[in-house]
Structure formats: structure tokens, C-alpha cells
Design a protein around this ligand. Structure first.
Ligand code: SF4
Length: 199
């Protein structure tokens, strides 16, 4: 926070009488904190609250994202603030440093927003549609499984293993999504299965 600016704003708001006595009594740091406290409740006025889950690790802390802009009116919604959800049973409003920095994560210029592919022999990635990405993934998975599926081991025991393709899932999904993902991956025989939290 800009110290000079906040002091000027505080003095203008609170008046010279208060400032005369309070400056010496509290010190500049407390004055600045008091001013910040006085305006903080207005920061989130007219924002839309959206519940979500921190995507970083398997703790899966609940967060609330505050956005400005009404989608129903065709306005672009922009997230301006993210904080811990006090009603969430896991974190009760708290966030670790990674979760507390989620706004930077959301707005990072390097964030991947759409599927990209680097074709064989190419030295660069190119953007493709979600339909193209899903078709390509399905095609490659089917071809690889058909070519490399191991139905039985050397002793003739049925093993149904698919060891040449791996699946990276997300640790911050719902229980239902995680259950469905696990069933799809394991029923296909896939052995290599992980997520970003390594659980
Ligand atoms: S806030 Fe921290 S502990 Fe909670 S899910 Fe995110 S990374 Fe994990």
C-alpha cells in the first residue's frame, strides 16, 4: 500500500481533529491499518460470489471467487478477489500461501487456456479446438491400447494391463468425478495413473 496516499486519504476522511491526537497515539502503521479496515467492506460490493476449490493440492480447500461484470447482460466477468471459504469444512476460511495467491494464478499470462498441439517434426505448438483435441486424444489412446494391451502374462494368467499410456487427473475434483475417472482409467487397464498431488 502507498503510505503517502493512504495517509492523505485517512486524514481527509477522519478529519484534522482526530489526526492531531491519533498520529502520536497510534503511530502511522496503525492509522494505515485502521483506514484499510474502514474501506475493506466496500471492496466487494456489487460482486458475484462463486464457490470453487483450490486446484493446487489434495487438501482441496474451499475458496470464494468474487467477480465484477454481469454475464446475463453480456458483460465480461472479471475475477477481482479470491479468499478462503469460511463455511468450508476443510479449511474454514484459511488458505496456505499458494491458495492465497490464486488470483495471480488465474490472471497469469502463461496460463494455458485452450488445447495446443506440437505436431511431429514441428518446433512450435499450435492452437486447436476442444473437439479436435478430444478426437485426437481418443484416437491415439485407442490405437496405442490396441497395439500394446497385455491380456495375459507369460504364465497365461489374465492381467489386462495397458502400460504404454499414462493418465494425469486432477486432485481437486469432486468425489463423484474422481470415482468416475478412476473407474474409466482402471477398467481400461491403465496402470500409470497419477495427479498433481501424488495421492
Ligand atoms: S490452499 Fe494450500 S493447502 Fe489448501 S488446497 Fe490450496 S494448496 Fe492445498
Amino acid at each position: 500500500m502507498n503510505m503517502d496516499l493512504s495517509r492523505r486519504q485517512f486524514l481527509g476522511t477522519a478529519g484534522a481533529g482526530l489526526a492531531g491526537g491519533a498520529l502520536g497515539a497510534f503511530g502511522f502503521g496503525e492509522i494505515e491499518a485502521a483506514f484499510a479496515d474502514s474501506i475493506r467492506p466496500f471492496k466487494l460490493v456489487n460482486t458475484t460470489e462463486t464457490r470453487n476449490t483450490c486446484p493446487y493440492c489434495s487438501v482441496a480447500c474451499g475458496v470464494i471467487m468474487y467477480s465484477k461484470g454481469d454475464l446475463k447482460k453480456g458483460e465480461p466477468a472479471e475475477i477481482i478477489h479470491i479468499e478462503g471459504d469460511v463455511d468450508h469444512p476443510t479449511n474454514r476460511g484459511t488458505l496456505c500461501p499458494k491458495g492465497a495467491a490464486l488470483l495471480d494464478f488465474v490472471k497469469a499470462e502463461t496460463r494455458l487456456r485452450y488445447p495446443m498441439v506440437r505436431r511431429p517434426g514441428s518446433d512450435k505448438f499450435e492452437r486447436i479446438s476442444w473437439e479436435q483435441a478430444l478426437d485426437r486424444i481418443a484416437r491415439l489412446m485407442k490405437d496405442d491400447r490396441d497395439a500394446n494391451f497385455i491380456a495375459a502374462n507369460a504364465d497365461g494368467v489374465t492381467v489386462n494391463r495397458w502400460t504404454t499410456t499414462g493418465f494425469l487427473a486432477a486432485s481437486a475434483t469432486t468425489n463423484e468425478t474422481a470415482f468416475a475417472t478412476y473407474k474409466v482409467v482402471r477398467s481400461a487397464g491403465m496402470v500409470v495413473f497419477d495427479n498433481q498431488a501424488r495421492v
